[in-house]
Design a protein around this ligand. Structure first.
Ligand code: ZN
Length: 290
């Protein structure tokens, strides 16, 4: 039995370039193929060399807060929502200038968007990478520096949530072949996507830390984990970047300056480049197939 699961376009960055075959007991073979590479399976097409998809990956930038939610308010009155939007727009400009990416923002104006809607926007656009941009406040005004967050599912009450997410992710595969698969196979495929997402998110977080570290102050242990609602897209590698803290006078002053935001954006652009240049997805596929 061969089950071909055709993933939706949003798997572009992580899944679409990977061809994997899994044996799931009883000789059931599951090939997990994205549409762009599933097509050459026909005998005639198989003879042609496979060409990688030419569609540029979509980077979804998410300026935190907005509208009635100002986010953190800095020591001299700066609103986080303004800094987040300015920084995201600068990063968009730099990413577009490279000619390598498509870029969308969850908001381009000072409007309120619920967290789950931000995830929905990323999924609707088929984002390959989701980057939420913030500059929150801490209770300790002395703490400063940038930091990066990925979704953690280690908390006990998150296990039920993770199960629900896997179920929901399975639903989103669509394709008739996948719909015919048993719930068990569907669940396995969905959890593979989630594993892929976790690996991608961790790899992006690593890239961001590495690049920010080159010319910006970082928080101690700058790569952290938390249950951020906005990172809960089951199939899109997602990170949340705190560019600095509004509660720290030096960070706030720096983030108010366009040239500093341009440096932050330049570092994040390098991190995006490193992420898409990386071979993490292939390594993962090899490990999982082996
Ligand atoms: Zn924030």
């Amino acid at each position: 039995m061969l089950i071909v699961a055709a993933g939706p376009a949003q798997h572009n960055g992580t899944i679409q370039v990977i061809t994997r075959r899994f044996l799931l007991g009883h000789g059931v073979a599951v090939s997990f193929l994205a549409p762009a590479i599933a097509a050459p399976l026909s005998p005639r097409a198989a003879a042609r060399p496979q060409t990688p998809p030419r569609v540029q990956p979509l980077v979804l930038l998410d300026p935190g807060h907005g509208g009635k939610d100002p986010g953190a308010i800095g020591v001299s009155g700066t609103y986080e929502k303004i800094i987040a939007l300015d920084a995201a727009q600068e990063l968009r400009r730099q990413l577009l200038a490279s000619g390598r990416y498509r870029v969308e923002l969850t908001r381009t104006r000072d409007v309120f968007i619920p967290l789950e809607d931000r995830v929905g926007i990323a999924q609707k656009h088929g984002a390959a990478l989701f980057v939420s941009m913030h500059a929150d406040a801490l209770s300790d005004p002395h703490v400063r520096g940038a930091s990066v967050y990925t979704l953690s599912d280690t908390a006990s009450d998150a296990q039920t949530a993770a199960l629900a997410r896997r179920e929901n992710a399975a639903d989103r595969f669509g394709g008739p072949a996948f719909r015919d698969a048993s719930p068990e196979v569907a669940r396995i495929l969905a959890s593979l996507v989630r594993q892929e997402t976790r690996v991608g998110s961790a790899r992006m977080a690593h890239s961001v830390v590495e690049q920010l570290h080159r010319d910006l102050p970082l928080l101690q242990h700058p790569s952290r984990h938390a249950g951020f609602m906005v990172l809960k897209a089951a199939d899109i590698p997602s990170v949340l970047v705190e560019m600095g803290f509004m509660s720290n006078r030096a960070d706030e002053a720096a983030l108010r300056r366009a040239n500093h935001r341009a440096r932050v954006a330049a570092a994040m652009k390098r991190a995006v480049d490193a992420y898409f240049n990386g071979a993490g997805g292939t390594v993962t596929a090899r490990r999982m197939a082996g």
